[in-house]
Design a protein around this ligand. Structure first.
Ligand SMILES: N[C@@H](CCC(=O)N[C@@H](CS)C(=O)NCC(=O)O)C(=O)O
Length: 235
């Protein structure tokens, strides 16, 4: 039987949002029931604007009628609130700090430059952004090198896998939509192996948006963003 705590979980997300998706991965891995509310990012609901008045972005988690913002913070909140296995963050404080650092690096460097590459105007700008993405990925590749485990923290999916999990699915779509080549298997053999492990995890592979829908959506976003540079709504 569900506890009353679980019944009160609500997530505001948007289907193409990799940041909202990572929260659903965390909720599913922890086995938490939640009510999902789809937002239209071009026509945000009064509830989203009320709960996240500063950034006006998804994801927003609502638990006990209180809002929790920022996807990585939400994942930590989930792990701390439902104190049962599987634990997403490492137990050891140093390992926890390292995982947080790489998760932030994934958002600040990999996501940012890959998104810029997708939305760049002109070949030169695109090449620069692609190079920056590859440079950032080299650091992730280095983190995985020599590890025998399937995932970052061991043989179970954890916080860092969830945080950078978008690389496995969103990035290849962006490569296709932006006609760019980033995930070179020769340059990034460990990332490619990790991607395969990640996408084969039962809770991940059944919780991904359809690829053709993603391709269509991001073609549309790219067209809009490259023709209207001030239309900066992300994802
Ligand atoms: N740092 C935030 C970023 C959230 C974010 O950028 N959300 C995007 C969807 S992936 C969004 O809501 N975009 C709408 C907008 O930019 O107005 C997080 O990790 O939750």
């Amino acid at each position: 039987m569900e506890s009353s705590q679980e019944q009160e979980v609500k997530l505001l997300g948007a289907w193409p949002s990799l940041l909202a998706r990572r929260v659903t991965w965390a909720l599913n891995l922890k086995g938490i029931d939640y009510h999902y509310v789809e937002e239209d990012l071009l026509n945000k609901s009064p509830l989203l604007l009320k709960l996240n008045p500063i950034y006006k972005k998804v994801p927003v988690l609502i638990h006990h009628h209180k809002a929790i913002l920022e996807s990585l913070t939400i994942i930590e909140y989930i792990d701390e609130t439902w104190k049962h296995q599987p634990f997403l963050l490492p137990h050891d404080p140093h390992e926890r700090a390292v995982a947080r650092t790489w998760a932030k690096f994934g958002d600040d460097k990999v996501f940012e430059s890959a998104w810029n590459a997708l939305c760049s105007i002109g070949e030169e700008e695109k090449e620069k952004a692609v190079e920056l993405t590859k440079e950032a990925l080299e650091h992730i590749e280095g983190e995985l090198k020599g590890k025998k485990n399937k995932f970052f923290g061991g043989d179970e999916i954890g916080y860092l896998d969830i945080a950078i999990g978008w690389i496995s699915y969103w990035l290849p779509v962006w490569e296709e939509v932006g006609s760019m080549s980033i995930l070179d298997p020769i340059k990034f053999p460990n990332i490619i192996a990790w991607i395969s492990n990640f996408l084969n995890h039962p809770l991940i592979k059944h919780n991904l948006p359809p690829r053709d829908r993603m391709v269509n959506y991001f073609h549309g976003r790219r067209k809009l963003l490259t023709s209207t540079p001030h239309s900066w709504i992300k994802i």
